[in-house]
Design a protein around this ligand. Structure first.
Ligand SMILES: Nc1ncnc2c1ncn2[C@@H]1O[C@H](COP(=O)(O)OP(=O)(O)OP(=O)(O)O)[C@@H](O)[C@H]1O
Ligand SMILES: [Mg+2]
Length: 317
């Protein structure tokens, strides 16, 4: 298995993968609260330190790069603001290319968490869910064509980037397309190669498409209705269900669970890289579980590297 894995990771280096979707700047403000304001009966938060992380679709790009994919480019929208520049810098530091439509009207999506004594006190969001303009869609599609990706991964948060004409343009590229979906946009994913909802999202998609029945028959129904090559449902601690003509289950491998956020990003990234290189969906699901297992076992940075994945495979065999 290990030599086969070496070959796989070697192969990733030759891949070019495009990520499309809503990029988010996650801001963490650490500080202390020791007194009440004289102005109003509210606590005063004193800032000690700030940290930025690339989130949303940008985290999928980070995961692909961590796996060793040769070229990764993120196609998204940012505002003409300092946050957009911070996002670009976070990505370029990891050798990820940015292809951003820069909007004068829609700001970069920013989610700010205030944290004191390891406790999150409040989250402050700045976002405007405006659909991408036609010229912005044309710009991103033009850049996509120039990039000549082997595959596209869509990380959709339904905040405006992934719109119908963009979905149609991506389909016209005739390359494998993987989507981490938002149920409300389900109609946009018709004809894509694969979507990777978690169980809750799958249930919502089922309801929206009015597909009935137990898990397996409804999963096959959703796959047929959306004309997908495969449907991959992530089942948290129960791993992954791979839905084609039949349904196969791949158990989760995590030994310890510290932080499950971002595991879905790791799954779609690993799945896309393996399927694009090998066409082997089973291998892709196994590797995706192991990579997600590495990520849930870590606090903070949510990516898995080839070394960590190989280590984990060794432990499992
Ligand atoms: N509690 C857990 N124990 C073991 N593995 C887990 C656990 N939670 C998640 N995983 C791993 O992570 C994968 C994705 O998790 P999940 O199904 O929760 O996706 P998600 O809800 O999309 O995650 P995200 O928080 O990133 O949106 C699972 O298929 C599994 O491999
Ligand atoms: Mg998810």
């Amino acid at each position: 298995m290990v030599s086969k894995l070496d070959e796989l990771f070697e192969g990733f280096k030759k891949l070019r993968i495009a990520v499309v979707g809503d990029a988010i700047l996650d801001k963490y403000v650490f500080g202390k609260v020791e007194r009440i304001s004289p102005e109003a009966p509210v606590p005063v938060f004193e800032i000690e330190r700030e940290e930025f992380r690339a989130g949303g679709a940008a985290n999928v790009a980070l995961n692909l790069k961590a796996l060793g994919v040769g070229r990764v480019a993120l196609f998204s929208r940012v505002g003409k603001d300092p946050e957009g520049a911070v996002l670009k810098k976070l990505l370029s530091d990891k050798n990820i290319e940015s292809r951003f439509a820069e909007s004068g009207e829609v700001p970069t999506i920013r989610k700010t968490r205030l944290i004191a004594r390891a406790q999150q006190l409040i989250r402050i969001d700045r976002e405007r869910r405006e659909p991408l303009r036609e010229d912005e869609v044309d710009y991103l599609l033009g850049e996509l064509e120039k990039f000549q990706p082997h595959a596209v991964v869509v990380s959709d948060y339904a905040k405006g980037v992934f719109v119908k004409p963009l979905a149609e343009g991506i389909k016209r590229l005739s390359i494998p397309t993987f989507v981490d979906p938002r149920p409300k946009n389900v109609d946009l994913y018709r004809g894509f190669t694969c979507i990777t909802p978690n169980l809750k999202e799958f249930e919502e998609i089922k309801t929206l498409l009015k597909v009935e029945g137990d898990f397996e028959s409804s999963a096959k129904g959703v796959r047929n209705r959306l004309d997908l090559e495969r449907l991959v449902v992530t089942l948290s601690e129960r791993g992954i269900a791979l839905v084609g003509e039949g349904v196969e289950y791949f158990p989760a491998t995590a030994r310890e669970v510290f932080d499950v956020t971002g595991a879905g990003d790791t799954v779609v990234a690993a799945l896309a890289a393996v399927v694009t290189l090998t066409g082997d969906w089973r291998l892709a699901c196994r590797l995706a579980n192991v990579a997600a297992g590495v990520v849930v076992g870590k606090l903070g940075t949510a990516v898995a590297t080839p070394e960590e994945i190989k280590e984990e495979f060794k432990r499992l065999t």
